[in-house]
Design a binder for this molecule. Sequence first.
Ligand code: COI
Length: 359
Amino acid sequence: MTADLKTNFIIEKIKKSRLPQADFSNLVFGRMFSDHMLIADYIDGQWQTPKIIPYQALPYEPSAKVFHYGQAIFEGMKAYKDQNGNAFLFRPEDNFERMNNSAQRLGMPAIPKEYFVNGIKELIKLDKDWIPTGNGQSLYIRPVFIATENAVAASPSASYRFIVISSPAAKYYSGDVKVKIEDKYSRACDGGVGYAKAAGNYAAQFYPTEKAKAEGFQQIIWTDSAQHKYLEEAGTMNIFFRIGDKLLTAPTVPVSTRILPGVTRRSIIQLAKDNNIDVEVRPVEVAEVIEASKNGTLQEIFGAGTAATILPIAGLKYKDYYADLPKLKDGFANKFKNMLMDIQYNRVEDPYGWRVKID
Ligand code: COI
């Protein structure tokens, strides 16, 4: 990090908050945005003074590299409020580290921790009243980092902008989520960018996911691109399988470069270990999960992600096979969801130091 890093944020407050017009009773994910945003530019090898300014449209020339080569990465985080109105982030340093791992893979400069962790704290302090307090509600935080140089040569950009916006959020998925195990299209390959939160990873999933939706499945479980033999992740979330009383999930970096190393996933693995739940992080075969479904030992499948939280899966399709999954009130998914929410919303002690107060 450069010694002359500019760490005094310029703060320009909104003249008239939009909060009085905000309706938190019917939140649709990612549609409403809080009053302020953070921006920090990287120009010719130097980070410029970061700013917190009113949420607004950004002017970019059509030649900006992000539009041509998708040199863009993002993160997903949340701010939570407790009963006394205190605000908290959850494991923000994990998102910071992952964002810079993504930046490195996409040939982008590292974002200073000061801008990411402290910048987000400053931003959320200003927009604290935008954190909704209803059951399961939070303020979704979206850091994004884009290539802004006006040049269409296919090479890394000379300038970048780091932006953080936030959005009051409730559920990401409404209704039952059934999944299709994909055996044709692929999300990632070895040595690729699957482990990075690259914007293009998400765009690449849209077409096959729309096809799955047309068949009645809201999400795809991606399989390895070489053989379509192993279950990987669901694109918007990591995925866990409970066979009998054993929890299985696929390995991420350094074992596999194809799967996003989720913060919720990591937290569940820790909670499972500390609660004497047998958890195996290893390649999970499609065949063993289908066999378990057929012989009645597949108890649960659940997704884990920041936006999706912990989401029990209602049904599973693979080729011509389909099965509804048991609806378990006291299953692992609900158990982990409650444990995590208790920490996130400051209802219990946090032995891990995951909860970070914003003050
Ligand atoms: C998140 O869970 O934060 C994500 O970034 C997934 C996104 C597709 C909403």
